[in-house]
Design a protein. Structure first.
Length: 342
């Protein structure tokens, strides 16, 4: 066949029986493409006489190697640590991340998404803001670009998107059980709003209490945005309440735990001796608090890497059914949850 510059990537994809994104990866010599698939695509190019303008191809390559990363709270060090693993995995495959912080604002989230998509984004990794609505979900679907949600599931009734999460129920169970094994008997739970992920965490909390024949007392469960300031506020209110007899708490995340430690210190309570505290996420700062913080390690770096790998897979093959990948957690015990013998 005579070579024809009017033959497009779509023509190659049709001839080879692969997706347009796979053809693009072959053109960019991506390591994501299997040798057998590369051979099929190259042979299809030769058969139909595909010729491309290198300048145009370079432009497409530059504009299609960007991944949109939309995160609800970059003030939480967990997400900074997650980004390191994610960015490293993307870079290994020739992609870079365009980062957006929504500060838990669903309107900002939609606005930034609309700006990002003008940059020919190859795919999106999203930790959605509270209040994410169906307008955003429909916008993602209409874009017809691979999407992976991380930590929080996108509120899509059809569950159309891949989802990477930590095993928060098991992690909260381990944290609560650890405090009970240390001899604490009035264990509270601090942080989080009434969301599916918090409900899942509370199932672990309640399971551990049940195994020790302890009833769940709702006044020991404190609902708030999971921030350091709210952790401090919550522990003050609980400790000063005449109706609460708290001697330990599990915190929604390490930010809440850091605020809790400060509040207890200000109240003159000896953490790790007369009061136990366990955080969640095991951010780098957890090992350097006073006392060092026991925390559930959700392995943020690994979660970021897993999210990147799933998105890269989707870029190459976006026809598979969505999957939910749950990453394991482990309890890292430090001094904040110890207890001196009676």
């Amino acid at each position: 066949m005579k070579k024809n510059s009017s033959v497009t990537i779509n023509d190659v994809a049709s001839e080879a029986g692969v997706s347009k994104s796979t053809v693009s990866l072959v053109i960019r010599n991506s390591s994501l493409v299997k040798p057998a698939t590369r051979k099929v695509v190259v042979e299809a190019m030769q058969r139909i006489g595909y010729v491309y303008n290198r300048d145009a191809a370079n432009f497409r390559s530059r504009s299609s190697n960007i991944v949109g990363l939309i995160i609800h709270d970059l003030t939480n060090p967990f997400f900074a640590e997650m980004y390191v693993g994610l960015e490293k995995r993307l870079a290994n495959s020739g992609y870079i991340a365009l980062l957006s912080n929504t500060s838990e604002d669903a309107e900002v989230q939609l606005r930034n998404f609309n700006i990002m998509k003008e940059h020919r984004i190859a795919g999106f990794i999203v930790c959605p803001a509270q209040g994410t609505d169906q307008q955003f979900i429909e916008a993602l679907k209409q874009q017809n670009t691979p999407v992976v949600s991380v930590i929080r599931r996108l509120p899509d009734p059809d569950k159309s998107f891949d989802y990477i999460s930590a095993d928060v129920r098991q992690g909260t169970y381990l944290a609560t059980r650890h405090l009970l094994e240390q001899g604490y008997r009035h264990v509270g739970y601090i942080g989080g709003l009434d969301t599916p992920i918090r409900k899942d965490r509370l199932k672990g909390y309640k399971q551990a209490l049940s195994e020790f024949d302890l009833r769940v007392d709702e006044k020991y469960i404190y609902t708030c945005q999971p921030t350091r300031a709210n952790g401090e506020k919550a522990i003050r209110e609980l400790m000063l309440s005449p109706n609460v007899e708290l001697d330990a708490c599990v915190c929604y995340n390490d930010l809440v735990a850091l605020g809790t430690l400060w509040g207890l210190h200000d109240l003159g309570v000896a953490v790790g001796k007369e009061f136990g505290v366990v955080g969640f996420d095991n951010v780098a700062a957890a090992a350097h608090t006073t006392p060092p913080l026991t925390s559930v390690a959700s392995n943020s770096d690994d979660i970021g890497r897993a999210a990147a790998e799933r998105l890269l897979h989707r870029i190459e093959n976006n026809t598979e059914q969505p999957v939910h990948i749950v990453k394991p957690v482990e309890l890292v015990v430090r001094n904040s949850s110890g207890r001196q013998p009676d």
